[in-house]
Design a protein around this ligand. Sequence first.
Ligand SMILES: Cc1cc2nc3c(=O)[nH]c(=O)nc-3n(C[C@H](O)[C@H](O)[C@H](O)COP(=O)(O)OP(=O)(O)OC[C@H]3O[C@@H](n4cnc5c(N)ncnc54)[C@H](O)[C@@H]3O)c2cc1C
Length: 377
Amino acid sequence: MCSNPMRYDAIIIGAGPAGSSTARLLARAGWAVALVEKSQFPRRKVCGEFLSATTMPVLEACGVADAFSAAAGPPVTRVGAYAGSAKLTAPEEKVWGRALGREYLDLMLRDAARDAGAVLFQPAEVSDLWREGESSICRLDGGWTLTAPVVIAACGSWNAKGPFAVNSRRAAPSDLFAFKAHFQDSNLPAGLMPLLAFPGGYGGLVHSDAGRTSLSCCIRRDALAKARARHGGKAAQAVLAHIMATTRGVHEALYRARLEGEFLSTGPIHPGIRRRYADGVFFTGNIAGEAHPVIAEGISMAIQSSGLLARLLIEGRAQDYAQAWKRQFAPRIRAASLFAHLAMNDTGRLASRAVLAAAPRLLGLGARLSGKVPLAA
Ligand SMILES: Cc1cc2nc3c(=O)[nH]c(=O)nc-3n(C[C@H](O)[C@H](O)[C@H](O)COP(=O)(O)OP(=O)(O)OC[C@H]3O[C@@H](n4cnc5c(N)ncnc54)[C@H](O)[C@@H]3O)c2cc1C
């Protein structure tokens, strides 16, 4: 055992939405919590930034609901789809949610955790983790060593390394790469959040904070290579050119818009269901399970799964977490996979007359199945 590790009740690895919300909830319940984050904040992140209305209760429990409402973009009142030359809008109007840049949201959640008493180690990366008796020991690259009976991995899945590495197989044509950008002065209709389906990929457009429109998307490795060969330039520019050339709604929304800041990219990403507990470590957020971002539910699921984990830990029922997580989130991950494959591989069918006729009702149902509103509502 290392000399003098700092002792906590829980060590939380990663201060994204999953980690910070767990830290806040446990610290408020009187737990001694260490929250470890490797990046400096504020930082932008590949993400569509949409947060569904079903997440508001956990934001309230995290003490950031008012700050979120004050800073977020306008309410999304209609969901839709842009595919080829088709532009669909679901008939149902309601407040589905709102979007806020991750440079603001993640900072708010982290500060709320710190205000509740969580001790922050940032920037500091957990480089090693092992179990000794009833406790885990975490070594941080800043030279600190921490120990706690409970470790919570909330380190996301895209660049997770070492003890948290997500199974990576050999490069495949179907690997998905993700891109994101902000625009000013777009023509996206007020209140609308369209799903984008284009050859080899899918994405979303949404009005975010401060008049920005957020474009985020995923594209298959093989489609990205074709887009680069056809349009030239850097990968992100080729992806934007590909979407604009194949998707009328995006062209109309962005042809006069100004890019704000840099394009961001990451990948390959690994949607799917993974472990929720192993050797004294609980997993929450993307590292536990990741929906295809086609349903724009990852942040909500990260925060909601953290709410679930914190509640069960506080109630002394942590053994129920893995099953409860599966019941609550697996259907959404499966629904997302279905939509993603339809959007990526069958853009033509998505935009066909038959689907167009049924689509407004399907889009509403899709929003329900993916968790944007309770099924019973
Ligand atoms: C293209 C795209 C669009 C998306 N759009 C949306 C959307 O509109 N709405 C939505 O809800 N979701 C969306 N998502 C999904 C969403 O971004 C993720 O689901 C969400 O970020 C998961 O949160 P998390 O806290 O689990 O992980 P993350 O946000 O990835 O946070 C993990 C944190 O852990 C830190 N970390 C990692 N390893 C270590 C370590 N060893 N030590 C210390 N710190 C570490 C990282 O620096 C990071 O800050 C989108 C995703 C993509 C790819």
